[in-house]
Design a protein around this ligand. Structure first.
Ligand code: ZN
Length: 223
C-alpha cells in the first residue's frame, strides 16, 4: 500500500533541507535545548498556527491548543503545560490567543449540539452567560461572535492568572506577564485586547479596563 501521508513526509524533507540551507547549525542548536520566552494557549483551529503567524521559527514558542482556547482549572493537560512552561522553561509571557469566527464560539452562540465537545464548550457558555448584557446589545451574529471571541480570551487570561503556578511565580518575584489576543482569519492581523497582567494586584483593574474598552466599542470592530 502506498503511504497516504507520503506528501507530508516529502514536504518535511523539503522544509528540513531549506532550513538547513538557510542556517547549517539550525537543527544542531535547537536539538541541544529549547528556551522559549512565550507560552501560547490557542484554539486547535488549523488556520491559527502559533509560530507561523507571528513570524517566528521553531524553538521560540511553547504551545497548548484546544477547542476555543479554554483554560480550565481541572484540565490536567493545560495545567501541566502551564506548570512546565512557568517552572521549568521560565517563559516570560503567556498569551491566550482567540480568533474571530471561531467555530467553538459559534456553536455556543447557536446553542448547537455537536457531541462530547459540548461539555468542553460549556466553559465558553459560562463566559457568554456572564456577559449576556454586552452580547445581546449587539445587532448581528457576526458581531456577537467577534465580541465573545474577545471576552473568552480575556476570561481565560483570568483563569491563567488564578492558577497556583502563576500565582506562586508572582509570589516569588518571577518575571511573568499574561496577555489576551484575538486573531483575524480575514486579514491575518493579530488584535491586542489590552489585557496585560504582570502581577496579582494588577489583575482586576486590568480586567475592568479591558472590559470597559470592549463595552465602549459596542458594535465596532477593535481591529
Ligand atoms: Zn477556534
Amino acid at each position: 500500500m502506498t503511504n497516504p501521508l507520503q506528501d507530508l513526509i516529502d514536504g518535511n524533507r523539503r522544509w528540513s533541507a531549506a532550513m538547513n540551507d538557510a542556517d547549517p547549525h539550525f537543527f544542531e542548536n535547537l536539538a541541544r535545548q529549547q528556551s522559549p520566552k512565550y507560552l501560547w494557549i490557542g484554539c486547535s483551529d488549523s488556520r491559527v498556527p502559533a509560530t507561523q503567524i507571528v513570524d517566528l521559527p521553531p524553538g521560540e514558542i511553547f504551545v497548548q491548543r484546544n477547542v476555543a482556547n479554554v483554560v480550565s482549572h481541572t484540565d490536567l493537560n493545560c495545567l501541566s503545560t502551564i506548570q512546565f512552561a512557568v517552572d521549568i522553561l521560565k517563559v516570560e509571557h503567556i498569551i491566550v490567543v482567540g480568533h474571530y469566527g471561531c467555530g467553538g464560539i459559534q456553536a455556543v452562540l447557536d446553542q448547537r449540539r455537536l457531541g462530547l465537545v459540548d461539555n468542553w464548550l460549556r466553559h465558553v457558555g459560562d463566559v457568554a452567560q456572564k456577559h449576556d448584557i454586552m452580547l445581546s446589545a449587539l445587532d448581528t451574529m457576526t458581531l456577537r461572535n467577534m465580541r465573545l471571541c474577545e471576552l473568552n480570551a480575556i476570561e481565560q487570561v483570568v483563569n491563567v492568572c488564578h492558577t497556583t503556578m502563576v500565582m506562586d511565580a508572582w509570589e516569588r518575584g518571577q518575571k511573568l506577564a499574561v496577555h489576551a489576543w484575538c486573531y483575524s482569519l480575514d486579514n491575518g492581523h493579530m488584535n491586542d485586547l489590552d489585557m496585560h497582567v504582570d502581577a496579582r494586584d494588577a489583575l482586576w483593574p486590568t480586567y475592568a479596563k479591558a472590559l470597559n474598552r470592549l463595552a465602549a466599542l459596542a458594535g465596532k470592530s477593535p481591529a
